[in-house]
Design a protein around this ligand. Structure first.
Ligand SMILES: *Cc1c(COP(=O)(O)O)cnc(C)c1O
Length: 408
């Protein structure tokens, strides 16, 4: 008997397949599928059992998200022998959560930088503490303090390449030696640096995490996270990621991978502008201090020279990143007035985008800290954090200078 003509509803859901691509789409592609069709029941069971490679379900793996994670791994692994892989996440915080849940358990101890991102602090101090994980907070350039903090039950060391908003660095080679002798991974949140400024694996880190929401996306329109490292450290985190569900969506992954194409270009321009901006403001009479690793007076300037990338710099010097923290004389109110006096830089949340953004630290990201806690963290009540963008640096300098002039 000839094939029966299928009904309208059946024909509608069984549309012809889209064309198979013989040419690689240069613009990348977005695979939005939550489910996949298998050649046979056996193929599905082989896939689930890991006997064949492929895609089975959106939360487990997605080609667009995998392409983004592999791209970040390639950038971070530029000078590394041995395989480096990546895993994508719905946010930087989802990535941090998966790493911490993989490498800690009840009774475990974490050594973490005192100045970590607020969400990381909350995760350790408010969430994981309920599961019996303890933390010792350290200064990641004070290696004696870090060494003294390590205990037999220490499970990992967690630091950031460049701390918010102090712009202090972590002594990655020194920390790597401590981690190695303790037999624990050194995990580095390198969001503020990005691989265009620093590649922590080159300096002995075991695992690198990014909030891709910031410099990788770069346009203030995407949320995502990623971790990279050797397969034996990343695969267990992937298992936790699958079980906890914080996977990156395909549309976000597409935008993040596209962002990587211009990451060095943006970061180069941002670093050059930030150095010009920090240098121009450092001696303004209304300024108490300017924190920027590119300034010779910065306490970690020399370390930055060892850790930070020098590619494509006309002057051969390193890129120092885009975060500049300006503290005017006059305390909390002067900081608010500086932020309010700006016309080019925007009072806006987040950082790392094409727009220059500011935040008055003590009333925004660090509002939970009282004056004593701010002082312990090395933050002055008037500090204003600038995330330098792509505007003309002269416009940014004129804008900040006018706002500072208005304070006097
Ligand atoms: C933003 C940020 C995070 C958290 O990332 P989300 O994408 O917001 O979850 C972690 N670390 C640093 C340094 C950040 O700036």
């Amino acid at each position: 008997m000839a094939d029966r003509e299928k009904g309208e509803y059946t024909r509608s859901v069984h549309l012809p397949n889209p064309p198979e691509l013989r040419q690689r789409p240069l613009g990348g592609s977005v695979v939005r599928s939550a489910a996949y069709v298998f050649a046979s029941a056996e193929e599905y069971s082989d896939l689930l059992a890991g006997r064949v490679e492929g895609y089975s379900y959106a939360r487990v793996a997605n080609p667009t998200a995998d392409a983004f994670a592999a791209a970040v791994a390639a950038l971070e692994a530029a000078n590394i022998d041995g395989e480096i892989v990546g895993e994508a996440f719905a946010s930087g915080s989802a990535a941090t959560t998966a790493v911490l849940m993989t490498y800690t358990r009840t009774g475990a101890h974490v050594v973490a930088a005192r100045a970590v991102y607020g969400g990381t602090y909350a995760l350790l101090h408010r969430v994981l503490i309920r599961f019996g994980v303890t933390v010792t907070w350290v200064d990641p350039v004070n290696l004696d303090e870090v060494r003294a903090a390590v205990r037999p039950e220490t499970a990992l060391i967690w630091v950031e390449t460049i701390a918010n908003p102090t712009t202090r660095l972590a002594d990655l080679p020194g920390l790597a030696a401590i981690a190695r002798s303790a037999g624990v991974p050194l995990c580095v949140d390198s969001t503020f640096a990005s691989p265009a400024v620093c590649r922590p694996l080159e300096h002995g880190a075991n695992l690198v995490m990014h909030s891709a929401t910031k410099y990788m996306g770069g346009h203030s329109d995407v949320t995502g996270g990623v971790i990279v490292g050797p397969p034996e450290l990343i695969h267990p985190v992937r298992e936790v990621r699958i079980d906890t569900g914080g996977f990156l969506s395909p549309d976000e992954a597409y935008l993040l991978r596209r962002g990587l194409l211009t990451l060095p270009l943006r970061k180069e321009r941002i670093s050059a502008s930030a150095l010009q901006f920090a240098t121009a403001l450092a001696d303004h009479p209304a300024v108490e201090s300017v924190a920027y690793p590119g300034l010779p007076r910065h306490p970690d300037h020399e370390l930055a020279g060892k850790l930070f990338d020098r590619s494509n710099r006309p002057d051969g010097g390193p890129r120092y990143g885009g975060i500049v923290t300006v503290t005017p004389h006059g305390g909390f109110d002067a900081g608010l007035a500086l932020a309010n006096g700006l016309r080019v830089a925007l009072n806006a949340s987040s950082l790392g985008g094409v727009h220059t953004k500011v935040s008055h630290v003590a009333s925004s990201s660090h509002r939970q800290l009282d004056d004593a806690a701010l002082a312990t963290a090395g933050i002055r009540p008037g500090a204003v954090r600038f995330s330098i963008g792509l505007e003309d640096p002269d416009d940014l300098i004129a804008d900040a200078t006018a706002a500072l002039d208005g304070l006097r």
